[in-house]
Design a protein around this ligand. Structure first.
Ligand SMILES: Nc1ncnc2c1ncn2[C@@H]1O[C@H](COP(=O)(O)OS(=O)(=O)O)[C@@H](OP(=O)(O)O)[C@H]1O
Length: 367
């Protein structure tokens, strides 16, 4: 009976049955071999991806757009574009990103939290440099873009704000930077209401240079604006400075600081010198790390001086083993300003600066 199932016609044929069985076993083995091979390739691909120094972070990392454009993944490893730029260690494998895309499709580790620390200012002080440097630290995760929550987007609510944040583990600090907070009247109260423990970082720079930097940026977008001199003074002969012009007003640091001190003790505000950030980035970042209460991970070893750019750059970033400088809009050549105008503005800022040094207990030597 059983033979009838195998062969419709004729007598039982054991040889044919054996052949069929052999073919069936062979095809099963082939299928298994192919499957194993494909899985193996996939695993190799994945481990190469984790170790690939040339893979860039996805477009969601908004801050990266401010960094120089980099090439896509290159299996050959990094080749520094700048003479004197450091080579990335060939054997090093960066840790998988905790908040980045997950290739396996499993849930992303970490939680979106409200920031425990903020870089609140000042515009053109060097805030991007501090953000990009500090995010190299494994205990810090930063939002790359400026969310402008405490000034423009406050109406969207804290849940919206939280949703923008990168995922962090409990041991990690969530950080964002929006330089306009420093001069926003409501920002200190709003931040205090979010958390009175928020740590605040302010990057300050000589207010005259800051104003010229600010003007240079505006000019690059709107070439038809009046001259720097024209905007700076209400009456230049009388030495009347126009304090209603934002580029001037932002540099009156002590006035803005007073609003913050109504809500936060001085010990909760850390001031970074924009000047020292360029001459000694590791020293300034050492103090930032102390202030944040995290180990001094970022040191001299993380920086090199890029002669072409004229600024310190990172040997490697949070997401890449390639050396990286900040983008073209950072460290621009400033417009030429009449030295007399500069002197007048220096005089104008002097009393504000001195009061600022006294208040914060630090001399930034802008005079
Ligand atoms: N390492 C490094 N590379 C490039 N630029 C550096 C660096 N460190 C500090 N700076 C200074 O940062 C200035 C820009 O400040 P911000 O990032 O705060 O600008 S912004 O408010 O976010 O537009 C920018 O101002 P400008 O020189 O006027 O362009 C730089 O002087």
């Amino acid at each position: 009976m059983a033979y009838r199932v195998l062969g419709r016609a004729g007598p039982p044929q054991p040889r044919r049955a054996r052949r069929l069985l052999f073919a069936f076993t062979l095809s099963l083995s082939c299928t298994y071999l192919c499957y194993s091979f494909l899985c193996c390739c996939d695993d190799l691909g994945r481990s190469r991806l984790l170790g690939a120094p040339r893979c860039l972070r996805g477009p969601s990392a908004g801050g990266q757009k401010l960094l120089q454009k980099s090439r896509p993944c290159d299996p050959l490893g990094p080749t520094p574009s700048e003479p004197g730029a450091p080579s990335a260690p060939a054997a090093a494998v960066p840790a998988p990103r905790l908040s980045g895309s997950n290739h396996s499709g499993s849930p992303k580790p970490g939680t979106k939290r409200l920031p425990q620390a903020l870089i609140v200012g000042v515009k053109k002080g060097g805030t991007r440099a501090v953000l990009e440097f500090i995010r190299v630290h494994p205990d810090v995760r930063a939002l790359g873009t400026e969310p402008h929550f405490f000034d423009r987007n406050y109406g969207r609510g804290l849940d919206w704000y939280r949703s923008l944040m990168p995922r962090t583990l409990e041991s990690q600090i969530t950080l964002e930077k929006t330089p306009s907070y420093f001069v926003t009247q409501e920002a200190p109260r709003r931040i205090f209401n979010m958390s009175r423990d928020t740590k605040l970082i302010v990057v300050v720079r000589n207010p005259v240079t800051r104003a010229i930097s600010d003007y240079t940026q505006t000019l690059s977008k709107k070439p038809d604006i009046p001259t720097f001199e024209g905007l700076s003074f209400r009456n230049r002969t009388l030495g009347l400075v126009d304090v209603s012009w934002n580029a001037i007003r932002i540099g009156m640091y002590v006035l803005h600081l007073e609003s913050w001190l109504q809500y936060f003790p001085l010990a909760q505000i850390h001031f970074v010198s924009g000047e020292r950030l360029i001459t000694d980035p590791a020293g300034e970042m050492g103090r930032v790390q102390d202030f944040l209460g995290i180990k001094r991970f970022i040191t001299d070893k993380h920086f090199y001086f890029n002669k072409t750019k004229g600024f310190p750059c990172l040997k490697k970033t949070e997401s890449s083993l390639l050396p990286r400088c900040l983008g073209k809009s950072k460290g621009r050549t400033h417009v030429q300003i009449d030295p007399e105008v500069i002197d007048q503005l220096r005089e104008f800022y002097r009393p504000y600066n001195i009061k600022f040094y006294e208040t914060v207990g630090q001399d930034f030597r802008w005079e």
